[in-house]
Design a protein around this ligand. Structure first.
Ligand SMILES: NC(=O)c1ccc[n+]([C@@H]2O[C@H](COP(=O)([O-])OP(=O)(O)OC[C@H]3O[C@@H](n4cnc5c(N)ncnc54)[C@H](O)[C@@H]3O)[C@@H](O)[C@H]2O)c1
Length: 356
């Protein structure tokens, strides 16, 4: 993520009118030699090996946290206490109690705060939300069904890395991949009120070391507006490298998205003339589509990295305009409460209400 975010900080002021002078001051890592090389390559003025030095620097206004999950809370709270704006990678925290403390810290300090759920800023996904807000799927949403699937640990010889240790990651596929589709569910449809889930750890030991996070999670649930929820997050779907897909069914139509074809949105409208009714493919690259006017002419496609550019551009614009930006830490906490309910449901084999 360090590279994805560095690219975003570099590109955002070149494509968006930010009304701010963005300077890429300091990149922080753990190894002096490597972080120096990273600063040079990625375009940062200086480098540091202790994040406390970055927070103590009076020239720095924004702290962007791209470290593993176990340091999000400590860094974000310290940054807020120093009056800095904070952009934090997802999942916001390892658990609800850390997220509660992070929300309290940014509220107390009145600092701008945002969670990097970059998929909200895929133009086709932002368009899907606009279409639902405008009632283009009808006045009721019946289903939100999403899947986020990868396969990088499907090989049981793959070693235990930080993402497979609950002490560092909090949870497994759930907090890593599930957090993104929970965020999209909340962004597109609304609040999730209750869940029933199963999780599993298919490979419990790797090269002798214990895996103590979930490998996959399947969830059904309900939204406060009456819609039904289906989610699946897995790292055990051979051939699925980074497949984030969803289908939404409303009273007058349906929408389908697949990140592997991320410039496209498939739309079925029950209001189309019957003879020619069917799924149509919208290529979300028109100037009238979210974010696109800043980029290329219609049909000149965008990619993964643009979602981070949009995140950074919106964050800086909100700071300048002194406006709330979403998803903020309060959204991150809400997301964490859903993840917590999913974990508790899987453990107790019961339906769990999401804490408000
Ligand atoms: N938005 C997304 O789609 C997305 C994608 C991947 C990862 N992430 C999130 O981004 C975060 C980082 O993931 P990653 O894949 O880049 O991990 P990574 O392991 O590849 O990189 C983590 C980096 O943090 C550095 N680091 C660790 N502890 C540090 C410390 N105390 N001080 C300074 N630097 C430290 C490491 O040196 C390393 O460079 C995680 O929270 C992850 O969930 C989000």
């Amino acid at each position: 993520m360090g590279r994805a975010h560095s690219n975003a900080w570099r590109q955002a002021p070149r494509f968006f009118d930010l009304h701010a002078d963005v300077r890429m001051k300091t990149i922080c890592g753990r190894d002096r030699r490597y972080v120096r090389a990273a600063a040079k390559k990625l375009g940062w003025e200086t480098s540091a090996i202790d994040w406390r030095d970055v927070i103590a620097d009076p020239e720095i206004d924004i702290i962007d946290i791209c470290t593993p999950n176990d340091s999000h809370a400590e860094i974000a709270i310290a940054a807020a206490q120093s009056g800095k704006a904070v952009l934090c990678e997802k999942p916001l925290a390892r658990d609800v109690s850390e997220a509660v403390q992070m929300v309290a810290a940014v509220k107390r300090a009145h600092v701008p705060n945002m969670v990097c759920h970059n998929y909200r800023r895929v133009p086709a996904i932002a368009l899907a939300r606009e279409m639902i807000e405008r009632g283009e799927l009808g006045d009721r949403i019946y289903h939100f069904r999403a899947r986020y699937a990868q396969d990088w640990i499907a090989d049981s010889n793959f070693p235990v890395v930080w993402r497979l240790q609950s002490r560092v990651a909090g949870s497994g596929a759930l907090g890593d991949l599930g957090a993104h589709i929970v965020d999209l569910a909340r962004f597109i449809v609304g609040e999730i009120t209750e869940v029933s889930a199963v999780t599993d750890t298919f490979v419990k030991r790797r090269r002798g070391a214990r895996v103590d996070v979930d490998d996959a999670a399947s969830v059904i649930g309900r939204f406060s507006n009456g819609a039904m929820l289906n989610l699946e997050a897995t790292r055990f779907a051979h051939g699925r490298k980074n497949q984030l897909s969803f289908e939404i069914n409303g009273s007058r139509g349906s929408l389908v998205f697949d990140l592997e074809k991320m410039n496209r949105l498939r739309f079925y409208s029950a209001d189309d003339p019957q003879r020619t009714r069917g799924f149509r493919e919208i290529i979300a690259t028109e100037a009238s589509h979210p974010y696109i006017a800043r980029w290329w002419p219609p049909g000149h496609l965008l990619g993964y990295e643009h979602t981070f550019v949009h995140t950074v551009a919106d964050f800086v614009s909100a700071i300048v305009a002194r406006k709330r930006i979403r998803p903020d830490f309060a959204d991150g906490l809400r997301n964490q409460r859903v993840l917590d309910a999913i974990q508790r449901s899987a453990k107790t084999e019961r339906w769990i209400q999401v804490q408000r």
